[in-house]
Design a protein around this ligand. Structure first.
Ligand SMILES: Cc1cc2nc3c(=O)[nH]c(=O)nc-3n(C[C@H](O)[C@H](O)[C@H](O)COP(=O)(O)OP(=O)(O)OC[C@H]3O[C@@H](n4cnc5c(N)ncnc54)[C@H](O)[C@@H]3O)c2cc1C
Ligand code: FES
Length: 290
């Protein structure tokens, strides 16, 4: 897999029809999060930034009917191996759906739909001057950056990684990054720079060579909005992997519509979740972030 397979801007990605049943192959703690893996026997390899709609085959639609709908999850890593594609997901348990997914055990079965949505594009496709990447992740938003880091490395594209977490409990996923050169920030100072990860980005963007990089970010809406405005001020191209409440994941319910900079709307599940900074009015999407 290379880092250059992303579709052109405005192009949509077609996923295999229907949902597939996968076997859970592992579930382990990663800081305050869980990493669980599923073997997708029939699906294609996903691209970084894409997501799947996930639902456990048992214990779904349980007490009071929740969780009922499948939940959107970014793919955090993927590897073709004997029997199919191993898909890794990073879970932060914050409600009935994520609680159930985080508790899946090896041998359990998982329904998946995907890979869905527009992935990250290579730096040179985001900006003609960009030869490298700066990855900025916040909280559970580090998930899609882990697979992107790996794909960039395979393509020989240099990347600097900045990750920020609220506190020890709301942090994890570092095991998914195949590099030691990560700069960390934490709101409570338990690791790395005490403050926001965007403080680290602001310093990097002061550099003279900054136009030679594209910025890729995923995290809470407030973090993404700071990334978007910092990049706009410095004339640096950026892609943001965004979240919105997603009931279907494939364009049918319009629950994920967000305003675009040209006065219209886009459905994040089919026109995103990765968007260019200049495509949107704001990253402060109502109802998203946790
Ligand atoms: C494209 C995409 C990729 C995602 N990737 C991951 C991932 O890799 N790992 C992960 O743990 N989570 C991820 N999420 C978020 C995850 O889908 C939601 O946290 C989940 O749907 C919540 O379901 P629940 O039943 O656990 O909690 P609910 O009871 O449904 O929600 C609990 C709280 O979370 C908020 N919330 C619900 N849905 C979302 C949402 N889509 N975005 C932000 N806040 C929400 C609600 O406002 C509520 O306050 C992703 C979401 C999207 C749209
Ligand atoms: S989640 Fe249903 S249209 Fe996007």
């Amino acid at each position: 897999m290379t880092a250059t397979r992303a579709p052109k801007l405005g192009e949509r990605v077609v996923a295999p029809f229907g949902r597939r049943s996968c076997e859970i192959t592992r579930n382990l703690a990663s800081g305050g999060y869980r990493i669980f893996s599923a073997l997708d026997a029939a699906g294609p390899e996903p691209a970084a930034g894409q997501f799947y709609m996930l639902a456990a085959e048992s214990g779904w639609g349980a007490d009071m009917g929740r969780p009922y709908l499948a939940r959107a999850f970014s793919v955090a890593d993927a590897e073709r191996q004997a029997g199919g594609v191993r898909l890794d997901f990073l879970a932060q348990a914050i409600g009935p759906g994520t609680d159930r997914l985080a508790s899946l055990e090896p041998g359990d079965r998982l329904w998946i739909t995907g890979p869905l949505g527009r992935p990250f594009a290579a730096p040179a496709d985001v900006s003609p001057d960009a030869a490298g990447a700066i990855l900025v992740g916040g909280g559970i938003g580090v998930a899609p950056l882990a697979i992107w880091r790996r794909q960039l490395r395979r393509a020989g594209i240099p990347a600097r990684v900045l990750l920020g977490f609220r506190d020890r409990e709301n942090s994890g996923g570092l095991d998914l990054f195949d590099c030691s050169e990560i700069r960390l920030a934490s709101d409570d100072g338990h690791t790395g720079h005490r403050g926001f990860v965007t403080d680290l980005l602001a310093v990097l963007l002061e550099g003279d060579d900054v136009q030679s990089a594209a910025v890729y970010a995923c995290g809470p809406p407030a973090m993404l909005e700071v990334v978007r405005t910092l990049c706009a001020d410095r004339g640096v191209a950026c892609e943001l992997a965004m979240e919105a409440p997603m009931a279907c994941g494939y364009g049918a319910c319009f629950g994920c519509a967000i305003p675009t900079s040209d006065g219209g709307y886009m459905r994040l599940c089919v026109d995103g979740p990765v968007v260019r900074g200049e495509e949107i009015q704001t990253a402060l999407v109502p109802g998203s972030g946790h």
